[in-house]
Design a protein around this ligand. Sequence first.
Ligand SMILES: Cc1cc2nc3c(=O)[nH]c(=O)nc-3n(C[C@H](O)[C@H](O)[C@H](O)COP(=O)(O)OP(=O)(O)OC[C@H]3O[C@@H](n4cnc5c(N)ncnc54)[C@H](O)[C@@H]3O)c2cc1C
Length: 296
Amino acid sequence: MQLGLPEFDMIATDTVEEACSLFFGYGADAQLFAGGTDLFIKMKQRRLLPRMLINIKRIPALDRIRYDADEGLRIGALTAIQSIRDSTVIGEKFRVLSQAAGVLGTPQIRNLGTLGGNLANASPSAEFAPPLLILEASVRCVGPGGERLVPMNEFFVGPGKSVLSQGELITEVHVPDSPLRAQAIYLKHSLRTMDVSMAAAAALVLLDGDVCREVRIALGAVAPTPFRAGKAEEALRGKRLSGDSKDRALLEEVGRIAADESRPIDDLRGYASYRRKVVAMLVRQGLEQAIARARN
Ligand SMILES: Cc1cc2nc3c(=O)[nH]c(=O)nc-3n(C[C@H](O)[C@H](O)[C@H](O)COP(=O)(O)OP(=O)(O)OC[C@H]3O[C@@H](n4cnc5c(N)ncnc54)[C@H](O)[C@@H]3O)c2cc1C
């Protein structure tokens, strides 16, 4: 049965400082409201019953995308998924983020949902987590105690749990400039295109001639948190890629190692055994596509 929204109050703010202070002050009774695409569903399902919503959508400084070669890319927490998809600089220099934005939910969700909400929600299947992990991004958080920059691989601590403390909000995501000619791919597998992932993989490859100088692999929806598949990366880093059938065997092996590193569960979206098979396939395909792009 679909329930309506429970009763709540909403207060709007246009500064980060006031948002932190209100969020801290109301404590466990409050939730931040950005796009509301996750929050309202949880409220309708009575999984969250905040008495106060702190509307942060009017904080203009948090809705922007900036890039320069020294500082890299900065994406404000309130940037809509669709704006990430539409950004020229992201499309040209951080294409893997455009790919993730393009497969997140439906057009309505992409227009309302924000990057900050996607990360703060801390779902194991958060679309932006695997690409941001391979790009070695950091999350800027501001709270009553001040500001801190949390490396992406330390941000998630469990299903639905991040390092964010009471009163703390995400203000932006910082992505360092990618190594020249590194190529990255994001692949998602879900029952229907609008569904959240059953399994997802992001792969980054940097070639030096035929040698795989750097490789990064991150997985989503197949463990309590999104994570880097370090053993799979090790199996490929420094290896020579001959461009023939031996590469396929090597990449299949890397995919199998990544599948062994995953810890999927059985749920409505798929069985753990199936998800492991999907991981092996996504990792191999992602690496093949990244390598093909790197060779061009
Ligand atoms: C039909 C449907 C399909 C979806 N498909 C996908 C999908 O394919 N992939 C996917 O990853 N997600 C999907 N989602 C989930 C959701 O749309 C995204 O995670 C979205 O990015 C959430 O952003 P939001 O701004 O709407 O967050 P909100 O709902 O506003 O907030 C979510 C949570 O994050 C907190 N929060 C929000 N902003 C901040 C901030 N700046 N700092 C700290 N805390 C904050 C809120 O308090 C709340 O607890 C889907 C949702 C729906 C309803």
